[in-house]
Design a protein around this ligand. Sequence first.
Ligand SMILES: Cc1ncc(COP(=O)(O)O)c(C=O)c1O
Length: 417
Amino acid sequence: MHGFSTRAIRAATRAPHVDQQPNSVPIYQAATFSAVDAEELGEVASGRRPGYAYARIANPTDSALEAAIAEIHEADDAEVFASGMAAIHAAIVSLVSAGDRIVCTRAVYGSTRSLLLNVFGRLGVRVDFVDATDLAAVEAALTVAPTRILYVETIANPTIVVADIEALARLAHRHGAALVVDNTFASAYLCRPLALGADLVAESATKFMSGHSDVLGGVVVGDRDRIREVRALQVDTGATLAPFAAFLILRGLTTLALRMDRHTASASALATWLEGRPGVERVYHPSLPSHPQADVCRRQLRSAGGMLAFELAGGRVAGRAFIDALTIPERTASLGSVHTIVAHPPSTTHRQLSDSELAETGIAPGLLRCSVGLEDVADLREDFATALATALAAATATTGEATGEAAGRPVLATSRP
Ligand SMILES: Cc1ncc(COP(=O)(O)O)c(C=O)c1O
C-alpha cells in the first residue's frame, strides 16, 4: 500500500467520469492533463493530435467557448484570450512584420491607438490614421503605400461612428490589405463582420458578450488558416483565458440576444429623448435619423445597440457636473453591462488632452459616453433630466451665461423627465 501523501494526491485529483451531459460547461480548473504515454503527450503538446496537455496551449472550457463564439459568428474558428487587448494584439501580430504598414480609423479605442503607436510603432510598423467614414480618404491612404491591415471598429469608441464594413473590405482587398474589425460595441448579435467581408474580427468579451462586469476576456474570430496563426501566437505569448472566465462568458452568451434587444430599446429611447433638450448639442446613436451613418446601421447591423454619446454645450464643466449628479449609472470605465455606465472622456481617459487635441480625435469637451444598461428606462430618463439641469447650472455658474438661454431655449425645461 502507498503512503498517505501518495494516496491523498491520487485520490483527490481523480476526475469523475460522467455519463450524463451537464447543462452547463464544466470549469476545467486544471493546468495539466495526463496522456497515456510519452508518444501521446508529444503528439498532443505539439498539436499533431487533438487533446489537452498544458492549459496555456488549450483548456476544454476555453475550447467550448471558442466553438460557441465561432458558431454565433458563423465562422470556421475562434481563439479566446485573457482580455480584449490581448485579442487585438494577437490579431494584429498574426498579420504584420517590421516594415509593414497599418491604416487605422481615427475613431478608435484609446488603448488600441496606444498599442498601435507605442508597441507596433516601436517595433517598426508604420501606422497612419484616417477618417474611415470618408471612403475616398481611405482609398487615398491605401494608395499612398502598401498596407497590411485596414483596422476599424464596427461602432467606434467613444464617438459611435459606424463603419461601412462592406465598402471598407472591398477597398482593403483591392489594395492587398486585410480588414480587421473590432466588433466589441456591436457583438455578434448585431453584426457579423466576416459575412460583410472582414478578414479577422476581434472582440472584448469583457463587455456585452459576458454582460455583467464580472470578467475580462477577448476573442479573435476568422477562417481556419488565420486562426491557426492566431492560436500559435496565443501559445507563445501566453495571454490565456482562465477557465472560470470562459465559464462566465459562456453563461453570458446564452442571454446575449435578450440583453442586446433591451440595451438597444433603452438606448434608442434615451437618445430620442435627449435630442433637442436644452444644453444638449448633439446626440450620437445610430437609431437616430440624424446619425451620419444611420443608413450603414440599417444595412449592416441588426439594430443600433446599447452605446450612445452626447455632447453638452457647457463643455468639460458641464460634462463633469452631469456625471457627478447621476444617481443610477455607475461612474466607471467599462461598458456593455447590466449597469448603465456613463463616462466623460475629457475628464477621465482623455483628461491630459487640450481641447484642440481632443478635437483631432473627434471628442468634444462636453462629450459623454453612455453604455445603457438593463435598468428601467423611465428611471434612467428621470436621473438624466436631473443631471442635465445640474450640468446647465454648473456651466452657467462658470461662464455667467445660461447655455440653454444662449441657445435660445428655456433652461428649466431640462428638469422635466
Ligand atoms: C472598443 C473596445 N475594444 C477593445 C477594448 C479592450 O477590451 P479589454 O478591456 O477586455 O481588454 C475595449 C475596452 O474598453 C473597447 O472599448
